[in-house]
Design a binder for this molecule. Structure first.
Ligand code: 2P0
Length: 345
C-alpha cells in the first residue's frame, strides 16, 4: 500500500485565471502550459490500517493545519473512489533551489494524485489522473504530462470534460525558460484569492474572457509552426492581460514589485537589440523569460545585472509524472519522530 511518484512544475503560457466552480476547481477559460525539467516534487504515500489520521510531511517537516486539511480532503476523494478507509502517511519533497520561491502546488498535487492512487490500488489512466489532480490545485492537472499541455476548460457542471492533454505537435521543440528569481517571500494574495477577486470585481475581466481563447488558438498555431516570435508575442500579451485584471480589481492589487518592471524593461531592451526573448509572469513577482537555446547566455548576462535579480535558473521542457521504486524507508515508523518537530510555515 505504498507508492512514490514524481511530477514536475509547469509554467502557464496562456494563463488559467478564474474559476466557474470553486469547489470542483473548474476554470473559466482553457489554458496552455510548458512542463519544466528543473523543478519537481517527489511524493511517497503509504496507506495503513494502523493509522487513525493522515500525516503529511513536507520537506521533512509536519505540514501546517491548512495544508494538512487540504491533503486529507484530497485523500478522502481517493478513499471514496477506492472504497477503502485507510489513512496515510504522505511524505513530500519539493526539489526546487533553496528558498527560490518556485515551489508549486502544481507539481505537488500531480505527484500526490499519482502516488496515492497507485498506493491504494487504483489503476487510473492519465486523463483520470489529470481530473483528480485538478481537484487539488487547478494547474496540477497540467503537470501530469510533459512538454506543451492544454487544459480544456470543459462545459459540464460535474467537471468530467475538464482535464489536460499533451499538445499534439508540440514535442521536441527545444526552448529555454529562464526563471528569474526576484524574491522568495510568500505572496500576500494567493492565486486562488487573486483570481476570485478578478472574476468578481475586475472591470477588465470580461475582456480577458473575450480574448483568452483566441490567444490560445494563436499559441497553438505558433507551436505547430515552430514560430518562436508568434508564440512569445502572444504569451507576453496574455500575461500582461492577466495582470491588467488585477490592477482593475476592487480593491486593486498587483503581484509585481519594482524589479519585476525592471526585468520587463530588460527583456524589451534585449528585443530592441535583436534578441528574441519574451517574458511571462504568474501570480507572484518572479519573471520567466522564454528564449531560444542559442540566446540563453546573452539573455542571462543581460538580466543578471538588473538590480533586484537574485538568481536565474535555466529550464527546458520537462517530463510528465513518473513512478519511482520505493526506497524501502518505513515512513510510518518515522511518524513518531515528527510529532515534536517544528510545523512547516
Ligand atoms: C496558471 N496560475 O495557469 C495560473 C496563472 C497562476 C497564474 O494556476 O486555486 O495554484 O489551486 O486552482 O493552480 C496558480 O493557481 O490555483 C495558477 P488553484 P493554482 O498557472
Amino acid at each position: 500500500m505504498k507508492a512514490t511518484a514524481q511530477a514536475n512544475t509547469n509554467i502557464a503560457l496562456i494563463k488559467y485565471w478564474g474559476k466557474r466552480d470553486e469547489s470542483k476547481i473548474l476554470p473559466m477559460n482553457s489554458s496552455l502550459s510548458l512542463t519544466l525539467n528543473k523543478f519537481y516534487t517527489t511524493t511517497t504515500v503509504e496507506f495503513c490500517t494502523c493509522l487513525s489520521v493522515d500525516v503529511f510531511i513536507i520537506n521533512n517537516q509536519l505540514a501546517n493545519e491548512f495544508e494538512m486539511s487540504k491533503v486529507t480532503r484530497f485523500l478522502d476523494r481517493i478513499r471514496e473512489m477506492a472504497g477503502k478507509d485507510f489513512h496515510a502517511v504522505v511524505n513530500s519533497t519539493n526539489h526546487v533551489p533553496t528558498a527560490a520561491g518556485f515551489a508549486s502546488s502544481a507539481s505537488g498535487y500531480a505527484a500526490l494524485a499519482a502516488a496515492a492512487t497507485k498506493a491504494i490500488g487504483l489503476n487510473l489512466d492519465q486523463k483520470a489522473l489529470s481530473q483528480l489532480a485538478r481537484l487539488g490545485s487547478g494547474s496540477a492537472c497540467r503537470s501530469i504530462y510533459g512538454g506543451f499541455v492544454e487544459w480544456q476548460k470543459g462545459i459540464e457542471d460535474d467537471g468530467t470534460d475538464s482535464f489536460a492533454q499533451p499538445l499534439k505537435g508540440g514535442k521536441d521543440w527545444d526552448l529555454s525558460v529562464l526563471s528569474v528569481l526576484l524574491t522568495s517571500k510568500p505572496k500576500e494574495i494567493s492565486s486562488s484569492e487573486g483570481m476570485k477577486r478578478a472574476v468578481e470585481t475586475s472591470s477588465l475581466y470580461a475582456h480577458w474572457l473575450d480574448t483568452v481563447e483566441k490567444d490560445l488558438l494563436v499559441a497553438k498555431e505558433a507551436i505547430k509552426n515552430r514560430d518562436f516570435d508568434m508564440l512569445g508575442s502572444v504569451v507576453e500579451a496574455n500575461a500582461l492581460k492577466m495582470h491588467a485584471t488585477t490592477f482593475a480589481s476592487q480593491p486593486p492589487f498587483s503581484y509585481w514589485n519594482s524589479a519585476t518592471v525592471e526585468v520587463i524593461r530588460g527583456v524589451k531592451n534585449l528585443r530592441s537589440s535583436g534578441i528574441q526573448a519574451y517574458f511571462t509572469i504568474d501570480a507572484g513577482p518572479n519573471v520567466k523569460v522564454l528564449c531560444q537555446p542559442k540566446d540563453e547566455q546573452v539573455v542571462r548576462e543581460a538580466l543578471i545585472r538588473i538590480p533586484g535579480v537574485q538568481e536565474i535558473y535555466h529550464c527546458q521542457p520537462g517530463p510528465g509524472i513518473s513512478y519511482l521504486s520505493n526506497s524501502g524507508k518505513r515512513e510510518i515508523a518515522n511518524i513518531q519522530s515528527f510529532r515534536n518537530r517544528k510545523v512547516a510555515k
